[in-house]
Design a binder for this molecule. Sequence first.
Ligand code: PLP
Length: 408
Amino acid sequence: MTATELQQRDWAALEQQYYQGTFKRHPITLVRGQGTRVWDSTGKEYIDFVAGIAVNVLGHCHPAVIQAVQEQVTQLVHVSNLYYNVRQIELAEQLASLSGGMRSFFSNSGAEANEGAIKLARKYGRLHRNGAYEIISMDRSFHGRTLATTAATGQAAYQASWAPLPDGFKQVPFNDLDAVKQATSEKTAAILVEAVQGEGGIWPSSPEFLQGLRQWCDEQNLVLICDEVQAGAGRTGKYFSWEHYDITPDIVTMAKGLAGGVPIGGMLTGKRTDIFAYGDHGTTFGGNPIACAAGVATIKTIKEQNLLENATKMGEYWHQKLETLCAKYSNIIDSPRGIGLMRAVNVKHDLAGEIAGRAMQQGLLLNALGGSTLRMIPPLVLTKTDLDEAATILDHTLSEVATLPQAQ
Ligand SMILES: Cc1ncc(COP(=O)(O)O)c(C=O)c1O
């Protein structure tokens, strides 16, 4: 489509006519991306600190992903899971080497990966814990939009309209090991946790909590599921965020960054819970050759370009910038936090949306989680120059917001 054609059509109006209104859109239409930058339909450039919500780990249109996808579409776009699939096995092999030998099952999204994990945990409970089926998850967690993953999500706002939700889910306060222990009963099969909570506002687990959960699961014969959909694929500076805690979960779920922007979900399991048998689970598209080829290319690039190290270094550099900005605008933002390139600050006076909107006008895409949190989850390929530029824009935005009556 030419630039003129892109500008001639009113995309917002067309969307209203043809697309269901489930998303609160920002008033721009993104049409192109390259590295850490995206461009809208008017040609305006933005630094992308949203990255498809923690998806584009290699940035936009990385040559390795392009090449892998281009080669694959000329060979085989789709093949049924009735047959062996080279790319699927290659990706599973890569993930096994990163996870200490776990075996994979691929789906199409994070919610679907968690559905698989829930089924697997229920099977474990049926076989090895007298029919236990209940899953304990955490307040403020997010696990997806299907009915079961909505029931597992510890945020009332996502659950309120969909009663009755599937039975067998219970939430307890995050980072509270005693609460988990008290909630455990003969019905409990598994504990589901994000090592670093994402949608809930970028809250890392305490080491005592995650290590305590591992020990509790071992003592009680429970399944420990880590939802790595957002924090995985290198975002925190380790390929899996649970690696920061010196534990290994029984089941790991993935999606988002796994294939560098091509849709995929993954459910990995260690030996103890590797109990799915023929017919227990399935999918038409999951493990599709294009997604898996992109996944292999993404993991190889993360390794070859030392992107885990870059995520750690750039994350620390960004944290310093955030600390400086929090000190300068202490009436608006505080509590800089996070690991690697998974960062956030608290925003006072419900101004997170206002800041994200104004930063966007100045060329920086940020994500407001409600009114009180700004989330930053940029590509792992970004440089100090990107961060300096982003910090200048954020500084300018905050100086404007500081003058608003709401900020006083
Ligand atoms: C931790 C976590 N789990 C699961 C999901 C759901 O993933 P998807 O939107 O791919 O279904 C998300 C999405 O934001 C997530 O952050």
